[in-house]
Design a protein around this ligand. Structure first.
Ligand SMILES: [Zn+2]
Ligand SMILES: [Zn+2]
Length: 242
């Protein structure tokens, strides 16, 4: 219980100055899981928990901004804290790309997850949903007792956070683009993120995966207009209690 989400990195595509790419720490009173392991997240993770306390890692897809810190974390586990067998749940494509780095077996014990799968780690239950993105990408719903968090990962508008189901206390939704900027269907706009959060009835919306240099206040205003309530933009090293 007492579920929380800490942002370790939230930059879309590449890290903003002083920032990091996607990484979110999900914690209950007994369980700690890292969701996505983008470049820069390992340093920030250690601001909050020890690598000895990490119960599992989930990586949502094989795009470099979501997994490329895994080989570095492998080295930290192997040569630093000397841990083996940290459970790693990710897509088949991510495991294939990670193979030359010797992620598993070794520092990690890997398992492939796909659309419709669910995994329990301690008191956290993860459910995975295939999104609309050029590679196999998994949105995640995390339930802990009667508390819940949704994370869109990366998705175009051909998939909706509505698929995560109702009752979300917190939705972290990507909002890479702005309404009308014509960037194509690979990601959501801030407006679409707000619309989806409203449709699924999420009680709180945090937008994320904004491109470095983008107008954060403008994106927040656009998302809030569609959501019908205040919205926050993810901030590195900020913890959102559920
Ligand atoms: Zn991304
Ligand atoms: Zn992506």
């Amino acid at each position: 219980m007492a579920l929380s989400l800490t942002v370790l990195g939230c930059s879309g595509t590449y890290a903003a100055p002083g920032g990091a790419c996607s990484g979110y720490l999900l914690r209950s009173t007994t369980t700690t899981v890292l969701v996505d392991c983008g470049p820069g997240t390992l340093a920030n993770l250690q601001e909050h928990v020890s690598l000895l306390d990490l119960d599992a890692v989930v990586v949502t897809h094989e795009h470099p901004d979501h997994w490329l810190e895994l080989p570095v974390m492998r080295n930290a586990l192997k040569y630093g804290v000397r841990r083996t067998g940290v459970p790693l749940f990710t897509t088949a494509g991510t495991l294939e790309l990670g193979r030359p780095f010797g992620l598993a077996p070794g520092a990690f014990t890997a398992a492939t997850v796909a659309d419709g799968d669910s995994v329990q780690v301690g008191d956290l239950v993860f459910r995975f949903f295939r999104t609309d993105h050029p590679v196999e990408t998994l949105a995640v719903r995390v339930d802990c007792g009667d508390e819940s968090v949704g994370y869109s990962s990366d998705t175009g508008p051909g998939w909706s956070c509505e698929a995560l189901g109702e009752g979300l206390d917190l939705l972290v939704a990507e909002a890479t683009f702005r309404d009308g900027d014509g960037n194509g269907p690979v990601h959501l706009t801030a407006r679409q993120a707000g619309e989806q959060a409203r449709a699924v009835g999420a009680r709180r919306l945090v937008i994320t995966h904004l491109a470095p240099g983008s107008d954060e206040a403008g994106a927040v205003a656009e998302a809030a207009d569609a959501y019908g309530a205040p919205v926050e933009a993810a901030q590195v090293n900020t913890t959102y209690a559920v």
